[in-house]
Design a protein. Sequence first.
Lengths: 543, 312
Amino acid sequence: MRADQKGYASHVLILMLIMRKVRGFPACRRYFAHDHRGLVAALVAVALCVSGCTAAAGSSNTGGPPRYGGDLTVANALDIPTLDKDRAVTSNQALRVVENIFDRLYVLDAKGKPVPSLATKCTSSADRLTWTCPLRKNAEFSNGRPITATDVSFSLLLAKKGVYMGSLYSLITAVQAPDPHTVVIKTKSPDPAMLPKLTMFDSGVIPANFGGQKQNDFWKKPVSSGPFVVKSYRTGSGLTLVPNKHYWGPKPYLDSVTFKPVADPNTRVLQLRNQQAQIVEHPSDAQLQTLNHSAGLSVNRFPSTEVDYFSLNTTRKPFDNVHVRHAISLAIDRASIVKAAVMGNGGPAGCFMAPPILDGHLPAQGTEFNVAKAKAELAKSPVPNGFHATLLYVGSNSPAWGIAAQVVQADLAKIGIKLDIKNADSNTVSDAEEHKSFDMLMSLLTYDIPDPSELVDYYFSSDDYHSYFPATTMKKLNRQAYSTFDNAKRMDIYQKIADQVAADGAIVSLYTVPWTYATSKRLHGFSVVNTGQYSLSKLWLSK
Amino acid sequence: MRWRFLGRRLGQAVITLWGLTVVVFLMFQALPGNAAAAMFGARTSQADIKRVNHELGLDKPLWTQYWHYLTHLLRGDLGTSITYNRPAREVIFDALPTTVELAAYAVVLTAIVTVVLATVAAMQRDKPIDHLIRSVPVAGLGLPTFWIGTMLLFVFALKFQLFPAGGVQPGFTGLISSMFLPACALAILFTAILVRSLRSSLLEVLDSDHVLTARSKGVHGVRLVLRHVLPNAAIPTITLVGLIFAGLLGGALIVESVFALPGLGSLLINGFHAHDFALVQGITMISAVGILLVNILIDVLYSILDPRVGLS
């Protein structure tokens, strides 16, 4: 092979690598908490490590009294494709903007609890079928027009009609505006998760009928009701927000916030170190080692609701057998997966509901690692000597999945299960889901609202997370959870559901990972709630 | 003669493009999974998926879908980008200038460096400087573009802070400054190939009778090179430029990603992420048109530079 041929060959190889890595898994597109070029990142991070960097790590949340002024730049892995609040669900980057430009009746506080925002308070009727929400009288859109109940009604009903997340509001039958400052929400049955749902990004308030604009034109530069307003937005180049002078709440500290798409994880970190950016999302696990020892930078981890798991196709033998499912779960060393796949930046998961959403509850049966017990379970099954199976996953969804799959493969081999690992593209996986033509399928989930009901409801509308398991007990428990407004009782029921998921064994949860951001130490007030939201209006930059 | 040649080449290009439409269309049809389901995610109801499939015409026979795609393409309609919810043509033409600027910058840098290095190497044949020029650029071929890009950023943006670490700065000087390192990353790759080619041609021309005649008339140095040697020696290299143009676009895909440039490469990556077929198909077609046009241009340029070469 000639030198120039070798050059082209290496070029093609890298191109193929990137092409292979960039194919996303559509069903969970917005849940991508990871960057998709982990291997490349790791290689170059090692090179950067070798080239030397000075040490010092710390928190970005100190620095004396807040200071007004300064321009913040956030380097995102992907472009912001849309500001349409329904479509925004396809992009985490879009969500972070939408949450800061559209005010909601309720928002999440720093601890992730719903607190009144545009509404002064929402109260439910005695029969729990009507919610009455008085609005703040001083609230205005960014164009100076007062925000009325008609706008809120229009916005909530638009969210209900949403193709992507509309099902979350399925219990709502009507949203009325009896006077300009009162919103009345009617539901067909009691909904104890109403307040968390009112914090959802897609319930954000926009002018009724898009303020007279065409819908598509409106989303290009929307009128804002939140603390920030869009100053400029160009596809591929990024988006700049400035404070909304008409916002009823506290004035943001920053003069502007710019979100820039920087696809390469190494360039994102270089921009951070160069002070071209102050927040970098999703540094790779390999980069974290470097960043932890870089002067002027901080690595910030916040508990998240992400759970990475695999479903067992219970329409196929032998996964229809509970002993087989238990054996698989018992044979997996989740601590090793956390160590190997996410370099220790995470914890074990025993259910698709992460511990932060269940007040820290972690189902014991879902996390137990006991090879002897696993063998004993398998001995009770129709396949006591083991069997062949295939684990399907979309490698480009998470660089950690390939490693996790290898650990699972090694663990299951110890009890006689020979596992083939198949890294497929997302279309292949969609096809396998549609035709139920897989054995085991890796996936991940996160919450949008701080209420366990979201993913439990979604479980029943997604073919039981593609396990096709007839979860009769779970359905019964879920009905009970909807019958009470007592939060302690509800939490108790959802913890029972979590235990039931582990007992059924159709969903084998593996690990949880935190939200991870690298930030400049000049940045203060940065805090991410477990559902991923962060408030830009609380951020400030020191000199 | 030249117009007839041009017409024939354009005709061939049209046939090539038509073939490409078939390949691109069938390629996406062959992908497993349902496009509408892929677009909208798991929480969308089957009714919505059916509705969208119908709206997109995905429930129609294959040939009907292809005819729809082709007729819209001929009208310049590349479809609607599902990522941006805008016409794909608009989105692509927003990003196109960045890629064109990057490619042009890289070509200019490559041309300058190639001419200087190849001329020095040829004039200093078999001396240490010649060996150095022939061997060092070859290293560029062996290094991955993303690594070259990251190292350029690390050294010139982070250590010496001479250039921004990616992105495009406002204004003309901002553009020139922002594009310098990415253009260098591309130029390093192609300079190695072109220097060798141009040096060989220069040596051949330097030994030719007309250069000997020029020398005997007292023409030496820069004038000899610029007037009598380079125009003749550049012809094979210009042909090579046409061939590597496709490689340049491929390289731009990686370079734009590393340097956070909002061009077609970054857009293509976003398109793949989002399964945005209209966007990916549109970029493929526009890139193909660009490559074909450049190659036709090179052929014409070839005949202008060397009138002995016919256009038949």
